[in-house]
Design a binder for this molecule. Structure first.
Ligand code: BYC
Length: 480
């Protein structure tokens, strides 16, 4: 394995020898102003002149790939970075299993690959658009910096996909790269491609839930694409995963700190009943039942991102060697799955039941199962905090049939335990499961900025450690 040095001399930092690839270099340089215009129009609102203590990728060696420094966001060095090429890598699954990986796009899989890369690319700017208003209500400079770090890295992930489109898909790729800058999250005429990326992220609890749940879909999908027989895609996704880990850290620790603060305030005030919402809210913290409702919302919206439980697209992509399973290389079956089955939760005669389906068709379901297991790990940690205060409350993931818009359960209404409800019952109980207008208004009322170093809004505890081991009073953003 050789680690190519990153070239920082040109407009676009890269480790793909862009200097010797005049066609792609020109295409990316031509795309660059449109990207900066998009960032200025749709990236974080305000703070563009502020100095933000950001990490920038300067290499792809897992032992030391980033450096930290104050940067104005529009001057961030968005670059094209691929994980090192692995000598002799073979296609790990599907009908081409064991053949050499492809360094060029196989003609027969061109459309399929392009579609997957475009969908992946579309989510990156979408999330920046969704989060663009949050800077002005940041609960601390530490959190503001983390938001902007996530935003610039999502921008870099867009660059990663655009590089693949420009390099390997000719004129179609250039058109798709332009279209990625034209769609807008939530726009009635030109929305982003996947449902969850057109939802609002109106407050910081939503932001942390989004980075916990939705960025975790990013992790699962990138892990599946990192297995790809198309080696440039695999290498690109492998490096994106390195950055993605921080985004989920922001989500998990953000929610932990909110829970921590709520529990502390309840204890100080001698409130033992977590359902005494009125009293808890008077303390200026977010009650645990509302945190649960936000988790219900973001988890269910994110489940939709896995597509239908039974999917020919997923079967074809696996069979072709284009998109694998979560950590395919650690699985011990034949990696072809032509004779296997997988249990799929389906709606049969109005009841939710498991049914064995051909394993190839059930790959979205399988990835979703891996995702749910991964979500539960951090939730266990949230519950440990609540337990340590002796408060009788447990955050739980809702049933996978709850509040779905894609797939098997989009036709029914189910409660959080997975019982099928009549439409009238759903309308009556919806506010017990999902944030109501009053819940949203309450959370919004707390979203007041706290921009003094070392200070935090009333509803969130400080982090245990600073970014880059900086001390508590460190000024993560110098606001201009
Ligand atoms: N909304 O066979 P089906 C991330 C469409 S997140 C709207 O059931 P398939 C990030 C589907 O396109 C990770 N449409 O599903 C996180 C298809 O349409 P066509 C993003 C949907 O194709 C946070 C039709 O329904 N990456 O990185 O097996 C911040 C039938 O589809 C939806 C990827 O998703 C939906 N939710 O699987 C920043 C990886 N679901 O083609 C970033 C690439 C399905 O028939 N994408 N449809 O017109 C894929 O692997 C697959 O496209 C999907 C869907 C998993 C999304």
């Amino acid at each position: 394995m050789t680690i190519a040095a990153v070239d920082y001399d040109g407009l676009i930092p890269n480790n793909v020898a862009l200097g010797q690839d005049v066609r792609v270099k020109r295409a990316l340089e031509k795309w660059h102003p449109g990207y900066i215009n998009w960032w200025n129009d749709m990236g974080p609102e305000g703070f563009q002149e502020s100095l933000v203590y950001l990490r920038t990728a300067v290499g792809v060696d897992p032992k030391g790939w980033a450096k930290f420094d104050y940067v104005r966001m529009p001057q961030y060095r968005w670059g094209v970075l691929l994980a090192p090429q692995m000598e002799g890598r073979k296609i790990p699954f599907g009908r081409h299993k064991g053949e050499d990986v492809w360094q060029e796009v196989p003609g027969e899989y061109r459309a399929m690959l392009r579609r997957l890369i475009v969908i992946q690319g579309d989510t990156e700017p979408a999330s920046v658009e969704q989060q663009r208003h949050l800077g002005k209500t940041a609960p601390s400079l530490y959190d503001m910096r983390n938001l902007f770090q996530v935003n610039v890295e999502e921008g870099r992930h867009l660059w990663a996909m655009v590089y693949l489109l420009q390099k390997y898909f000719g004129a179609d790729g250039r058109e798709e790269a332009e279209a990625l800058l034209e769609r807008r999250s939530g726009d009635a005429d030109t929305p982003r491609m996947l449902g969850a990326f057109n939802e609002k992220t109106p407050d910081w609890l939503s932001f942390f839930m989004f980075t916990y749940f939705t960025d975790r879909d990013g992790k699962m999908q990138l892990e599946a694409l990192a297995q790809s027989g198309f080696d440039p895609l695999s290498r690109t996704c492998r490096f994106m995963l390195t950055e993605e880990a921080h985004h989920m850290f922001v989500g998990e620790t953000g929610v932990t700190r909110i829970i921590q603060r709520t529990c502390e305030a309840m204890k100080e005030a001698g409130i033992g009943d977590p359902h005494d919402i009125g009293k808890v809210r008077k303390l200026g913290v977010i009650d645990l039942p509302t945190i649960q409702k936000k988790a219900n919302l973001h988890f269910s919206l994110t489940l939709d991102l896995f597509g239908s439980e039974i999917s020919t697209n997923a079967a074809n992509a696996f069979h072709a060697g284009i998109k694998g399973r979560y950590r395919e290389n650690r699985l011990t079956d034949d990696h072809q799955l032509e004779h296997d089955t997988y249990p799929v939760l389906r709606l049969i005669d109005g009841k939710i039941q498991n049914e064995d389906a051909p394993a190839l068709s059930a790959l979205n379901m399988r990835l979703r199962d891996d995702y749910v297991a991964d979500c539960n790990v951090g939730i266990g940690r949230w519950n440990k905090v609540i337990e340590s205060f002796g408060i009788p409350f447990e955050i739980k993931l809702p049933h996978v049939a709850f509040h779905r818009h894609i797939g098997e359960f989009s036709k029914i209404k189910a409660d959080v335990a997975g019982s099928v409800l009549a439409d009238g019952d759903w309308s009556a109980r919806r506010r017990d499961y999902l944030p109501s207008d009053e819940d949203r208004d309450f959370i919004e009322s707390l979203m007041r900025p706290q921009f003094e170093p070392a200070k935090f809004a009333s509803w969130i505890a400080p982090p245990k450690v600073g970014i880059d081991n900086k001390p508590g009073e460190f000024e993560y953003v110098k606001i201009v």
